[in-house]
Design a protein around this ligand. Structure first.
Ligand code: ASP
Ligand code: MG
Length: 399
């Protein structure tokens, strides 16, 4: 029997009414002859509320204990969904991470899935039960509860689909993946399909649709991921390997923007000392993600260096930098929007970048920093230019 792994996000299970709706949908799919495994997120804004609750005790909650608290959100929704299904006369069982041996490694709050044990799940499926799994959680090598990072239930779902040889359907509050955020650009188009690599870039860049690691996992094991609305009235998006040999295909598939970064510039660094590598090492060792680095050409043995980091890490990061550079040489720019253009078509077409820069110049959009990959160009621009940039580029590339 084909196994379908579905994941329902927080908004799909926000109320008991909505949980009943999900139960009905799942039962219908089961009645069509499928083995159903359903991963759930916490109800609505539960995770945010649990974080606030913890912060009521301590500004910096103990990470181990915080994960214990956060894992409860998914436990509640999974049990409620199992109950709802049983009330409708079908058999169901809910499992927490512990019960399915969902092994994780790494830090609390951003753990990685190592493996999981499908024995119990398979047994339940053979007993014709609908299996409900609490997403977002795992158990580390110490037997402690961990969580996978915000939005991590997606990754739980893909990991299950990999292990169960199943297909994967992710139901969130978006009906599909769009060329760019429809709230920012109302002419954004729905994508029927998107390549793993493109989705990965978009997800990592701030299109908060999918947990990036879920896409990585899908790509690694070749599991296509369907994203959409559960009602099936609107066609969603298939994340899969897309063959881009088609001559008609576009160079650019999508745009993502993010306001979650700041830029730090350090002026007058001695070129011949290892200050830059020391700084990046120190920052990296705190797991702070440095991005978009640029360095000026040396002038009298000195260079200026700029890079972006997540907004939240500003205090920790400036403290580190102050141990390497004088305060008067450190500048923080909080007015940063990361604007990214993504497309596997860029591998073979070179005109996309020049077109974008031309548009920016003609429309007085200053570019502060640039990074590129084979399928992406990212520019740091002023926040006030974001809308203009999205509109211009989306229009130019027919997105
Ligand atoms: N409930 C968690 C969060 O809000 C995990 C998830 O939704 O996937 O981040
Ligand atoms: Mg959630």
């Amino acid at each position: 029997m084909p196994v379908i792994v579905q994941k329902y996000g927080g908004s799909s299970v926000a109320t008991t009414e909505k949980i009943r709706k999900v139960a009905e949908t799942v039962i219908k799919r089961k009645e069509k002859g499928n083995a159903m495994v359903v991963v759930v997120s916490a109800m609505g804004d539960t995770t945010d509320e649990l974080i606030s609750l913890a912060k009521g005790i301590s500004e910096k909650p103990d990470k181990r204990e915080l994960d214990v608290i956060l894992s409860t959100g998914e436990v509640i929704s999974s049990a409620l969904l199992a109950m709802a299904i049983k009330n409708m006369g079908h058999d169901a069982v809910s499992y927490t991470a512990y019960q399915i041996g969902m092994k994780t490694s790494g830090e609390y709050g951003k753990s990685l899935i190592e493996d999981l044990d499908i024995e119990r799940i398979t047994k339940s499926l053979n007993e014709k039960k609908i299996v409900i799994i609490a997403g977002f959680q795992g158990i580390n090598e110490f037997g402690d509860i961990t969580t996978l990072g915000r939005g991590g239930s997606d990754t739980t779902a893909v990991a299950l689909a990999v292990k169960l040889n199943g297909t994967c359907e992710i139901y969130t509050d978006v009906d599909a993946i769009y060329t760019t955020d429809p709230r920012e650009y109302n002419k954004a188009k729905r994508l029927k399909e998107i390549d793993y690599e493109e989705m990965l870039e978009l997800a990592s860049l701030g299109a908060q649709i999918m947990h990036p690691r879920s896409v990585e996992l899908g790509q690694k094991y070749g599991v296509p991921i369907h994203v959409g609305l559960s009602c099936g009235e609107i066609q969603g998006t298939e994340i899969k390997e897309v063959n881009n040999m088609n001559m008609e295909s576009k160079p650019v598939t999508g745009i993502a923007t993010s306001d979650n970064n700041i830029a730090i510039t350090i002026n007058g660094i001695d070129q011949d000392k290892n200050i830059l590598s020391n700084i990046s090492e120190a920052i990296g060792s705190r797991k702070i993600n440095i991005d978009m680095i640029s360095q000026t050409a040396p002038m009298q043995g000195k260079v200026n260096v700029s890079f972006t980091i997540p907004k939240n890490d500003i205090d920790e990061c400036t403290t580190i930098i102050k141990s390497f550079a004088e305060t008067k040489n450190i500048f923080v720019d909080k007015d940063i929007t990361k604007f990214s253009m993504v497309g596997i078509g860029m591998k073979t077409t070179s005109c996309a970048a020049s077109k974008m820069f031309k548009l920016f110049t003609e429309n007085e959009i200053d570019v502060k920093l640039i990074t590129t990959s084979e399928i992406r160009i990212t520019c740091a621009i002023k926040q006030e230019d974001k809308e203009k940039a999205v509109n211009l580029v989306a229009h130019k590339f027919n997105l």
